[in-house]
Design a protein around this ligand. Structure first.
Ligand SMILES: [Zn+2]
Ligand SMILES: [Zn+2]
Length: 242
């Protein structure tokens, strides 16, 4: 399923299997010819994601880059499939997850050893499947002008070390990756490189933003977020985030 959420912001719903498939967002005004894909998805979902982009009437030639909110398997699994069809697309990742990707260190991708062996068997993955050259390293604090829309990049570690969120201050839209979801849920904080204390701090920073439209990495999106929603979520989870 694919739909426009706001002008120049499109939502492509993940198709969960026994492992979740992350949502993908396409950002940028179509006439800008400067579109970005935010996250890819699970292994085997490349055709579905690209087909959904096509069904929106988006010309692949306008896609200039893939930006990862973070590099967990359910977000980066089909990146190679997507780049096979859009080989000119750059890859932008936070510096803390760019380094492992460049060097083929897959600990963050898989999150834990048990999960790694299970996935490698299930999806017939070889070691080194998630080695990518990163074209641009993000740090947080950037103000990116992407396809005619301005996005603030925030480094929000905790769920993973290089998690980033994208915030459109003018339209109060937040793309938080797996840091916070709808329905008072948050991302897990027990995987490789995760930190409950950092997660707490990131949630409280996101809680300071005015957000009407929440576009998380999984589960439902919320285009009519109650005021103070993220701050309330942060408060509810604070006792568990140490
Ligand atoms: Zn994740
Ligand atoms: Zn995820």
């Amino acid at each position: 399923m694919a739909q426009q959420v706001a002008e120049g912001v499109y939502f492509i719903q993940g198709q969960d299997e026994f492992i979740p498939d992350s949502h993908m967002y396409v950002i940028g005004k179509p006439d800008s010819k400067d579109l970005s894909l935010v996250d890819a998805g699970l292994m085997g979902k490349g055709d579905y994601k690209l087909g959904s982009i096509d069904s929106l009437g988006i010309d692949f030639a306008a896609i200039k880059r893939v930006i990862m909110t973070h590099t967990h398997l359910d977000h980066i699994g089909c990146l190679a499939e997507i780049r096979e069809q859009i080989p000119w697309a750059e890859l932008w990742v936070h510096e803390l997850e760019a380094r492992p990707l460049d060097s083929g260190d897959e600990r963050i991708v898989y999150g834990m050893e048990m999960f790694k062996s299970m996935c490698m068997t299930q999806y017939n993955l070889k070691p080194g499947s998630f080695r990518f050259r990163v074209d641009r390293r993000l740090h947080g604090g950037e103000e990116l002008e992407l396809g005619g829309i301005s996005w603030e990049v925030m480094h929000v570690p905790g769920h993973s070390p290089g998690s980033i969120a994208f915030y459109d201050r003018q339209r109060r839209i937040l793309i938080p990756g797996d840091v916070v979801y709808a329905d008072y849920a948050i991302g897990r904080f027990d995987l490789h490189g995760a930190s409950g204390a950092q997660h707490k701090e990131s949630l409280s920073r996101l809680g300071e933003l005015d957000v009407d439209i929440l576009l998380p990495g999984h589960n439902r999106i919320d285009a009519n977020l109650p005021p103070g929603y993220i701050a309330d979520t942060a408060r509810q989870w604070a006792p568990y985030l140490v």
